[in-house]
Design a protein around this ligand. Structure first.
Ligand SMILES: NC(=O)c1ccc[n+]([C@@H]2O[C@H](COP(=O)([O-])OP(=O)(O)OC[C@H]3O[C@@H](n4cnc5c(N)ncnc54)[C@H](O)[C@@H]3O)[C@@H](O)[C@H]2O)c1
Length: 254
């Protein structure tokens, strides 16, 4: 848990995508601990409901969870509108959800390509489009998109994912320019290799860990809380004049 206290987050309505597990679950937990009014969507219903129940039992403000497949833009728009009706205008959006499924470039079909871009890029734009009018009416807001170190580090084996994550950076810079006049900030966090349950289960090997320790300046593994702490700061008024930037949380690897 962050040792920092951000008074500006108290009561703030925050929408997190992919908040049921991994880094997203830590973001939901830490934002709730700051007294924010957190709403999140995910396809994984069971861990999401368990997280919401755990945080409610700990005495945090009522959380909103709705099952939503982010490839379904109508469902995403519906969830955002429902949060606005229930809690008031969303003034922080955390575009966290993604899926780094590996794929061989020779086997990618047009359908698979479109589906991967829909999971990893398209919803970030449409969530921004849906929350921006609420933020404008409220006098401003903060949007945090999620990129990835993978393509910066020259990773292969998942071209649709790396293309989508490169696109997130362009989306961030372009939308920061368009939304700045309405006092809406748009930033992008670039996580390094973060030891989520999924990363440990699927990809962490002794060789991978050895390579990580060799390439990072800091010789410790990163955990979801390291990224969530950056989300808190970008969501809070402490970062009020920071927009259109890439925030790398990677232990000094990039
Ligand atoms: N963990 C890392 O090492 C790492 C590295 C670079 C970038 N990132 C980025 O950080 C963010 C969080 O990653 P993570 O490691 O916590 O991932 P994760 O797989 O652990 O969690 C992602 C969450 O998003 C949800 N999700 C996936 N597809 C969805 C869909 N179609 N609709 C709704 N929800 C969906 C999943 O159910 C899951 O709860 C992602 O944008 C990821 O690309 C992570």
């Amino acid at each position: 848990m962050s040792e920092a206290h951000y008074p500006s987050l108290r009561g703030r309505v925050i929408f997190v995508t992919g908040g049921a597990s991994g880094i997203g679950a830590e973001e939901v937990t830490q934002l709730a601990a700051q007294g924010a009014q957190v709403a999140f969507v995910d396809i994984a219903e069971e861990p999401a409901r368990a997280l919401a129940a755990k945080l409610a039992a700990a005495g945090h403000p009522e959380l909103f969870f709705q099952r939503c497949d982010l490839t379904d833009i109508a469902a995403l728009r519906g969830a955002i509108a429902e949060v606005g009706r229930r809690f008031g205008p969303i003034t922080v959006l955390v575009n966290n959800a993604a899926n780094d499924q590996r794929h061989k470039w020779e086997e990618v079909t047009p359908e698979y390509w479109d589906e991967r871009l829909a999971v990893n890029l398209r919803h970030q734009f449409f969530a921004i489009q849906a929350v921006a009018p609420m933020m404008k009416a409220a006098g401003g807001g903060s949007i945090v998109n999620f990129g990835s170190i993978s393509w910066h580090a020259g990773a292969g084996g998942m071209p649709a994912y790396t293309t989508a994550k490169a696109g997130v950076e362009g989306l961030t810079r372009g939308m920061a320019r368009d939304l700045g006049p309405d006092n809406i900030r748009v930033n992008c966090i670039i996580p390094g290799w973060i030891m989520t349950e999924r990363q440990i289960r699927l990809w962490l090997t002794p060789e991978g860990e050895e390579n990580l320790m060799r390439t990072q300046c800091l010789k410790q593994k990163l955990v979801p809380a390291d990224v969530a702490r950056m989300v808190l700061w970008l969501a809070a008024d402490d970062s009020r004049m920071c927009t259109s930037q890439l925030w790398v949380v990677d232990g000094g690897r990039m």
